[in-house]
Design a protein around this ligand. Structure first.
Ligand SMILES: Nc1ncnc2c1ncn2[C@@H]1O[C@H](COP(=O)(O)OP(=O)(O)OP(=O)(O)O)[C@@H](O)[C@H]1O
Length: 127
């Protein structure tokens, strides 16, 4: 439906899901079917996402392959408040809200660590 942004591996789109009756985010992994390095990135991301189940972590629904273009897509929960950075820029938060957000982020990170995933670029999303 619309382009949401672009990350290190490709473009992210917003789409609507008939099955979920909701919006989803679709992340294209460019070259995942043709380029060996992109393939590794795709499989690694898939393994990590597939094993996660926590309220502070974006849900992963599955993958999709466009047979025509040979592009691979990750289908995920749509975050309707945008990125954390966008949220922080739009809203002037008071200390109690800041503390609540920090504690929710810590919950998500703690969960990821418990399943041996390291985020590695959390700071990038805050500043
Ligand atoms: N689940 C989502 N819901 C809503 N918007 C999203 C979602 N995932 C990504 N986006 C949007 O797409 C942009 C790019 O996301 P992407 O995850 O590819 O970038 P990134 O955070 O730089 O990740 P990476 O480090 O993996 O490249 C984000 O900045 C955000 O605006």
């Amino acid at each position: 439906m619309k382009k949401l942004g672009r990350g290190g591996f490709g473009t992210v789109y917003q789409a609507s899901s008939i099955l979920l009756l909701n919006y989803v985010a679709i992340k294209e992994i460019e070259g995942a079917t043709t380029d060996e390095k992109a393939q590794k990135v795709f499989i690694n991301e898939l393994k990590r996402l597939n094993g996660t189940n926590h309220e502070r972590i974006i849900k992963f629904y599955g993958i999709s392959l466009d047979k025509k273009t040979r592009s691979c897509y990750l289908v995920m929960e749509f975050a309707n408040n945008g990125t954390l950075r966008e949220y922080l820029q739009k809203n002037k938060l008071e200390w109690p809200e800041k503390i609540q957000l920090a504690s929710q982020i810590a919950e998500g990170m703690s969960y990821l660590h418990s399943i041996e995933i390291i985020h590695r670029d959390l700071v990038k999303h805050l500043f």
